[in-house]
Design a protein around this ligand. Structure first.
Ligand code: ADP
Ligand code: MG
Length: 395
């Protein structure tokens, strides 16, 4: 599923519309974390170096299709200007005559940042009229916003129907790493899946039954599986009815597939989901009444880590326990460490998984850490057929 990138297209002197992910966290109108702005710099700097005239567009926060004072792009423009050491012009709207004038006035290497794309109600509807107006601003479209590639919006999909569309460097890296997982992973290939809800991850688990050699389950979702096997799980988080039915179906499917699905053999249980609650380690099939499973146990940690050590490829999504609380972080820590030490291809996806890897200082030791939580899971589920990826030119 190789796609053309900015390197495969002539941009000199051209107006280039770049979809970036500048959806940063703001507090009192100030940027709390500029990681996402920094992450887009390689593409922006490359395009400037080529003499392109840059028109950047992103959404920010969750405005409801109308302008919101606190979600304007101005602080982002200011920060970007600092990082680039060059002036960044900020448009007061997304499209329209004024924006066209600003775009036409761009010098080679110049940068214009459009207003928050979600101020326009047509963005999320992927309204063809907005896509056409955006396309009129530029001659080339570059998508560097992998985190929104699973959304068919006007700035992520619609506009690409009108312009030659290529991937930025961030997008390219995500497609390469995740394609390796979906298409041709190192063997044995192991998927480690945890996190809160089975129902969020059904599609991903089913996909991995087809492509992985082994699946290691942890996190809150393991209790729905354990209960589906007929054991009591105390006060652990369980998705009753629908969730149990799904877990049962997946267990059945796994038995017939060439993929081994592993559940924890021991778990850390507590009386309450609190830092100072009493805890004990019990067999996963013998969780006492009134106790809650909050992490995988030491035997499971060791077994999972040993499997990861011998893997040719590992994909991990979802913490193994309630890792935000220290007494329940060991499982997540053990997986992260085992992946860091694994010589095979290692990919981490998911918002909370990424936070865990970052807080452990192990992000640099992973083959790839996906910036797109939902997008990375949907990429795997669909075999790479995300709306924002499908519209890019094949290489
Ligand atoms: P990701 O964002 O990486 O996809 P999820 O959002 O699916 O992961 O799940 C992360 C959340 O799951 C974390 O907040 C974590 O505390 C919670 N969690 C993991 N294991 C348990 C558990 N045993 N009981 C309750 N919550 C859990
Ligand atoms: Mg999450």
């Amino acid at each position: 599923m190789a796609k053309k990138s900015v390197k495969d297209i002539d941009v000199a002197g051209k107006k280039v519309l770049v979809r970036v992910d500048f959806n940063v966290k703001l507090k009192d109108g100030r940027i709390k974390d500029d990681t996402r702005i920094r992450a887009a710099l390689p593409t922006i700097e490359y395009l400037r170096g080529q003499g392109a005239r840059l028109i950047l567009v992103s959404h920010l926060g969750r405005p409801k299709g109308a302008a919101e004072e606190g979600l304007k792009m101005d602080p982002v423009a200011a920060r970007l200007s600092e990082l680039l050491g060059a002036s960044v012009n900020k448009a007061d709207s997304l499209v329209g005559a004024d924006v066209e004038k600003l775009a036409d006035a761009l010098e080679p290497g110049g940068v214009l940042l459009l207003e928050n794309s979600r101020f326009d109600p047509r963005e999320k509807k992927n309204d063809p009229s907005l896509a056409a107006e955006l396309a009129d601003l530029a001659e080339v479209y570059v998508d560097d916003a992998f985190g929104t590639a699973h959304r068919a919006h006007a700035t992520t999909a619609g506009v690409a129907e009108h312009l030659p569309a290529v991937a930025g460097f961030l997008m390219e890296k995500e497609i390469e790493a995740l394609s390796a997982v979906v298409v041709n992973p190192g063997r044995p290939f192991i998927a480690v899946l945890g996190g809160a809800k089975v129902s969020d991850k059904i599609g991903v688990i089913e996909r991995f039954l087809d492509i992985a050699d082994e699946i290691l389950i942890g996190g809150a979702m393991c209790f729905t599986f354990i209960k589906a096997q007929g054991y009591e799980v105390g006060t652990s988080l369980v998705e009753e009815e629908e969730g149990l039915a799904v877990a049962g179906r997946i267990l059945e499917k796994a038995a017939g597939a060439g993929c081994e699905l592993h559940l924890p053999t021991d778990v850390v249980v507590a009386e309450r989901a609190e830092e100072d609650a009493a805890t004990q380690i019990v067999a996963a099939t013998a969780i006492p009444e009134g106790w809650m499973g909050l992490d995988i146990g030491p035997e499971t940690r060791a077994a999972y880590a040993a499997k990861i050590a011998g893997a040719g490829g590992v994909f991990w999504n979802g913490p193994m326990g309630m890792f935000e609380l220290a007494p329940f972080a060991a499982g997540t820590q053990a997986i992260a460490q085992a992946m860091a030490d694994c010589p095979g291809m290692t990919v981490v996806g998911g918002g909370d998984s990424l936070a865990a890897v970052n807080s452990l200082g192990l992000a640099d030791k992973m083959g790839h850490v996906s910036t797109g939580g939902g997008a990375s899971l949907e990429f795997i589920e669909t075999g790479g057929e995300l709306p924002g990826v499908a519209v890019l030119l094949d290489s």
